[in-house]
Design a protein. Structure first.
Length: 442
């Protein structure tokens, strides 16, 4: 584009909104100069920008000259809401942030509360094993969505089918264990809301027998697929220097060859005792990130198998700390309607133990008190470092909770990955980041 498009020498830029495409067509027809730049909005109502991400693209023909992200369209105010809820109630909020990896949101939050309480080493081993097992199953289900939606956005409906078919298997196990497919609030400060139901382990065994074969089907479909490789290899390039400058973590960082994984570098929940590999690639592109997610699912299966073995060795046991002044009553049993407490528990707190009644009432209405202080804890979510900065003033509610969500941080890479490439390549680049807007707009 030359500066003589306007009489005064200024460049001419056409800005495209949602309802003025006729104006754009007219302006394009009037312009006789090749290479005129147009600013377009890709999203937020766009299936390939995850529904609520707005990409502001300045394009020169089909080439992106500038790319910016517009966020905030899914804002929920969850972090602010936490200041008006008890520490235990907070789990119900944070599980809804990154809605594709709820168990990671819950675990990071609970690890922070437990660190403030000074009870990290008191968490029962059975609870930690179940936490690890659920997080790794959640990593599989999240990666499956990343591959399914990424495939759909590039035109592979078969990848969409395979990804969501396998995800349904994992979500069914979640429903068996927690009663919900998403937004579980199952991991609580001090342990878990309840122990595994009787049919959980048999369902898990069935899943572990079927899942490896199903993952091979997806690999056979995409790994050496000519079209898939043409759309992803060399696309969305970001090297190690760029990742370090922008604070990028997760598969995007590991696709540069750096084996950074908090499960290894800063272990939590006993991860240091599990045998698994940190998957890396050195292509620095969308295809490398795809391969990392495929292979990470296999490592997650290995970890889940180790969890199953440990649960069998441990046998029945507590899943909540023993301090009744801090522990949510995880040994409750629901009544026959599946909603209220069992008659046995009601009879105990109402008829035989005044202390139990007082404790139950205070725990439900007031919550636990957490010593004043602040902590930062982080876990390795499917998208990278998910950190929580938590501040307590000594009360029954958080003074401040702020999440360092990897989707928010990783979106900084959009401009670096997209500028200079074609518009079609922006779809593959954003899909390789795998942003979840629920984690961005908190």
């Amino acid at each position: 584009m030359t500066p003589d498009n306007e009489p005064d020498g200024r460049e001419r830029v056409v800005t495209v909104g949602g309802q003025d495409w006729a104006d754009v067509v007219a302006a394009a027809r009037e312009s006789a100069v090749a290479g005129e730049r147009i600013v377009v909005n890709m999203g937020p109502q766009h299936p390939s920008t995850h529904g609520v991400l707005r990409l502001i693209l300045e394009i020169d023909g089909e080439t992106i000259t500038e790319a910016r992200c517009g966020i905030g369209y899914l804002h929920t105010g969850i972090e602010k809401n936490l200041e008006y809820r008890t520490w235990t109630q907070g789990v119900t909020f944070v599980t809804r942030m990154d809605y594709l990896s709820p168990f990671f949101n819950e675990t990071a939050y609970c690890l922070g509360v437990e660190k403030l309480l000074g009870v990290t080493d008191d968490i029962p081993e059975r609870a930690n094993v179940i936490r690890v097992m659920l997080m790794e199953l959640n990593r599989i289900s999240s990666h499956l969505v990343a591959l399914a939606t990424g495939g759909m956005e590039l035109g592979s409906m078969s990848a969409m089918f395979f990804g969501f078919r396998e995800r349904e298997l994992v979500l069914s196990v979640f429903e068996t264990i927690t009663g919900l497919r998403m937004n579980h609030a199952y991991i609580r400060p001090g342990g878990l809301a309840a122990d595994l139901p009787d049919d959980a382990l048999p369902r898990l065994r069935e899943l572990l027998q079927l899942l490896p074969k199903r993952l091979r089907d997806m690999e056979n479909l995409l790994n050496e697929n000519y079209i898939w490789k043409a759309r992803t290899q060399g696309v969305g390039y970001l090297d190690l220097t760029g990742c370090m400058a922008l604070g990028i973590t997760g598969p995007v960082l590991r696709s540069t060859g750096l084996p950074h994984d908090l499960r290894k570098s800063q272990p939590y929940c006993g991860y240091e005792s599990y045998d698994f590999d940190v998957i890396t690639r050195d292509q620095c592109d969308a295809y490398g990130r795809y391969m990392i997610r495929v292979l990470e699912m296999r490592e997650s299966i290995k970890i889940v198998e180790q969890c199953m073995e440990r649960l069998g060795r441990l046998g029945p046991g507590p899943v909540m700390i023993t301090d009744k002044k801090l522990a949510w009553p995880a040994d409750l049993k629901v009544g026959p309607d599946g909603l209220g407490n069992s008659k046995e528990h009601i009879a105990k707190i109402m008829g035989s133990s005044m202390e139990a009644l007082i404790h139950h009432f205070k725990l439900v209405t007031e919550g636990i008190r957490v010593p004043a202080g602040q902590v930062y804890v982080a876990v390795e979510s499917p998208r990278g470092e998910l950190g929580v900065h938590m501040v307590s003033d000594g009360g029954t509610r958080p003074f401040r909770v702020h999440y360092r969500d990897p989707s928010f941080t990783n979106l900084q890479a959009v401009s670096v990955m997209c500028e200079g490439s074609m518009v079609a390549d922006a779809i593959a680049a954003v899909a390789s980041i795998d942003p979840v807007m629920g984690g961005v707009d908190r």
